[in-house]
Structures are given as C-alpha cells and as structure tokens.
Design a binder for this molecule. Structure first.
Ligand SMILES: [Zn+2]
Ligand SMILES: [Zn+2]
Length: 333
C-alpha cells in the first residue's frame, strides 16, 4: 500500500494531518470492528485500515524535514521548482484551509558532483591503457582496431563513487510543508510557496507551485465568477404561507423567509471570494391530497376573498350580468 493509497483508505486526502488520521481511524475502526459489524468483509477491512495507519505512522517517523517557509524567493540562490496539487472542497475554498504537502528532494552527490565516478582514475586493464580493443586471439577480424568498450577508448577508468554507490545522487530527503489555501481560492488557481529545506548535504531553496483543484459538490454548483448555485425543494404549503425555512449556503444552513412570488433567492457574499450564493427553490405539493387536506383546501377556497373587488372580477361580473339579460330577452314569453 503506497502512502497516497493509505490516506485514501482512510478517506483522507494525501498529506492530511495527524489529527485527521486519528479521527478517521477512530470512526472507521468503530464502524468496521468485527464484534460490531456482521459483514463478511469487516475483518479484511479493519486489517486494511490498520495497515494504512501504520504506513502513515512510519512515514511520519521516517525523519522527513519540515520546510522553513520564506516570504519570497531568496535572492541569488538557485531554486528547485516542485509542482504539487491540492484538492479541496467548496466549503474549504470559501472559508480557507491548510494542507500538509509532502515531497522529496534529491541532490547531486557532493563527492563526485553528480558524475557517479571517483575523481581519481586508474589504467584500464582490458586494453592495458591503450584505448583500442585488442584483436581476438582466434578470430582477429572480429574486433580489430575499434575503441575499447571498457574505457570507451580513453585508456583509463574511474571507479564508481563510494559515497553514492555510483548513483551520482543522494538518497531522497523527504520533506513536508503546511500550506495555507486562502479563502476565496478558485479552481485551477496556482499558489506559490517559497521555502528552504535542509537536504542530505546542503540547503535548498524550494519553490512549490501548488495548483488547486476544487472537488465536485453534491449540493452546490460553482460558476466562473465565484457565484455558487444551489437548487432546493421546499414544501409547497410552507412556500404559500411564506414561512421561514433553512437553505444551504457554503457557510452552512441559513434562515430564510420564503416569498410566494419568488423562486430564486440571493444570499449576499456567501459565494466564493465575496460573490453571492443563489438558491433556486422548487415548491413541492403532494401528488394527491388526502381527505383531510381536501377539506382544509375547500375551507381555504371558501374563505378566500382574494379576487373580490378587483377590476378583473368586476369585468367578469358585468359580462355575466349582460349574458343573463340577453338570455332573459330571448326566452319565450
Ligand atoms: Zn580500455
Ligand atoms: Zn558520488
């Protein structure tokens, strides 16, 4: 199980904090404990969870270096640019959050300056320092006169660097860095973090380019300008009665008064980076009214004086009176 897989096993994003790991483990262990969970997979699941926690614990204990953040790039010093990615939820984008990033620094071996070979050379024993491949004893036409394979024609060889076993590079030094994702960060934005990290042989100036990915949300839809859209069903009767209701915004549930003539509502400043959150409601009525509801509706209709005295009602009444008069005139005596 890799480190990232271990975090995923716990339902966490890579680099989550120790506190997050502890909370996730407690929750999952309580849910999957074979004493309490009858699922045939419970035992295997709990083993995977424990393995993931152990993997993360070992990584934490493996002596990674903490980055020292610097406000900007140190002047003159060559920088190592590292690309990283963080994935955040819409709520985190609205409120701001922090993340632990981790990575590795590999540097050239200081002994051999990255060549992987000792500086001192010795004579090539294959060609006796002549640089030319010697003729084959039995078949002299096979390798006559070409450059020696072993020393590439130089006549001298360099032994592998003992400091780096010929790799030319140090073992990677792991580091971690806590970065702050400011409130209002959008999808696809790049954050720049400058830091110093003590490698195995020397200090490095790091430039972390962190691209931010905003996760899809089940409730909210994001627009390019930071406006957050949300559709929500509400009780049709509560809407008619202009009751107070709770509507979601990225900052949590908000109290809002329904208005009979309105289906969209704007919650100012609750979107991303000062933009608004727009809630579109869908008033829902029962497909069929129950007997008691029928009775109540009848009483509502009977008591409704809404149309009385309106201009439209008066026109209707006048037309009906006219119609009645005509019928009376046409009727036989
Ligand atoms: Zn040679
Ligand atoms: Zn070396």
């Amino acid at each position: 199980m890799t480190l990232d897989e271990s975090f995923r096993e716990l339902g966490l994003s890579p680099g989550s904090s120790d506190a997050d790991v502890k909370v996730a483990w407690r929750r999952l262990a309580a849910h999957w404990h074979p004493d309490r969970n009858a699922s045939p997979h419970a035992l295997r699941k709990i083993q995977r969870i424990n393995r993931a926690v152990e993997e993360i614990r070992q990584w934490r204990a493996s002596g990674y270096a903490d980055l020292q953040r610097t406000p900007e790039a140190p002047a003159g010093a060559p920088e190592v640019v590292v690309d990283q990615q963080v994935s955040i939820t819409l709520e985190e984008a609205c409120a701001g959050c922090s993340r632990d990033l981790h990575g590795e620094v590999v540097e050239d071996c200081a002994e051999c300056r990255g060549s992987g070979r000792e500086a001192r050379s010795s004579m090539c024993t294959r060609c006796d320092g002549e640089g030319r491949a010697r003729s084959h004893f039995w078949f002299p036409w096979l390798a006559a006169g070409g450059p020696c394979d072993t020393c590439a024609g130089r006549g001298v060889v360099h032994a592998a660097c003992s400091a780096c076993s010929g790799q030319g590079r140090t073992r990677p030094r792991k580091y971690r860095c806590r970065i702050d994702v400011p409130a209002g960060t959008r999808h696809g934005e790049t954050l720049h973090v400058h830091a110093r990290v003590q490698g195995r042989q020397r200090e490095h100036a790091l430039h972390l380019r962190v691209s931010v990915e905003l996760q899809q949300h089940d409730v909210f839809r994001m627009e390019a300008d930071g406006t957050v859209q949300c559709a929500m069903p509400v009780d049709g009767f509560a809407w008619m009665a202009e009751r107070w209701t709770e509507v979601p915004s990225p900052r949590g549930l908000q109290q809002m008064r329904l208005r009979r003539n309105a289906l969209t509502y704007r919650i100012k400043g609750h979107g991303l980076g000062g933009a608004d959150c727009i809630v579109t409601i869908e008033p829902l009525f029962p497909a069929e009214l129950g007997a008691e509801q029928q009775l109540l509706i009848d009483r509502l209709i009977a008591g409704n004086t809404g149309a009385r005295g309106t201009a439209a009602r008066k026109r209707m009444d006048a037309w009906q009176a006219q119609l009645a008069g005509r019928i009376r005139r046409q009727a036989p005596p």
